[in-house]
Write a protein that binds this ligand. Structure first.
Ligand SMILES: Cc1cc2nc3c(=O)[nH]c(=O)nc-3n(C[C@H](O)[C@H](O)[C@H](O)COP(=O)(O)O)c2cc1C
Length: 173
């Protein structure tokens, strides 16, 4: 397929197992930059990021979620926050942050890395903010675990397209 964006969309899978190779800081910054180029309402760019490779910090974060094994095994984490003072519309700002995170996953794919969007840890978002010393003016949206995948062959499934399209209201041809 010559269409690189579609190729990345279809090839990307959540990666939860990583080898020991570290992730270059430039790659982490590129992933965050790609996130920052997501669309947002009024272009308000409400997202903020914390980049983490420190083992002790990862270990403390791992203790906050049942996906701790993923966090512990990932060479790098990116915590994604919504800056509360930048919110102009709750729904739209959350949607924009979701678009940001998806951009980050696709950027990781393009860079030959693997990543997974971790949401279960939001149950302990206050503890996460405390561990990484971020104030409560930042609302945790996700932690993205990043690394070099052990296995790229994991599949995934999607509902049949026809079952997702409620209807098509088309011009008569
Ligand atoms: C909002 C959200 C929260 C998620 N939370 C977790 C999580 O806590 N742990 C996890 O392993 N995967 C999590 N995922 C990844 C999904 O399980 C995954 O995207 C889905 O199963 C489809 O698989 P694929 O990404 O490989 O296509 C989350 C994804 C989203 C969008």
């Amino acid at each position: 397929m010559t269409k690189p964006v579609l190729k990345a969309i279809y090839k990307r899978r959540s990666v939860r197992e990583f080898n020991n190779e570290s992730v270059k800081i430039e790659d982490l910054r590129e992933i965050v930059k790609a996130g920052s180029w997501a669309p947002s309402g009024l272009n308000n760019q409400p997202w903020r990021f914390v980049l983490i490779t420190d083992t002790e910090t990862k270990s403390q974060l791992a203790d906050q979620t049942r996906y701790g094994h993923v966090i512990r095994g990932a060479p790098a984490l990116i915590a994604v926050f919504l800056a509360i003072e930048d919110i102009y519309n709750e729904v739209k700002d959350h949607q924009a942050t979701g678009a940001c995170i998806q951009n980050m996953l696709l950027a990781a794919e393009e860079l030959g890395l693997g990543a997974v969007w971790l949401g279960e840890i939001l149950n302990r978002k206050d503890q996460v903010n405390r561990i990484i010393e971020v104030g409560d003016d930042y609302d945790l949206m996700a932690i993205v675990a990043v690394g070099h995948p052990v296995d790229r062959s994991r599949g995934s499934k999607r509902k049949e397209l026809n079952s997702l399209i409620i209807k098509e209201i088309l011009e008569d041809s």
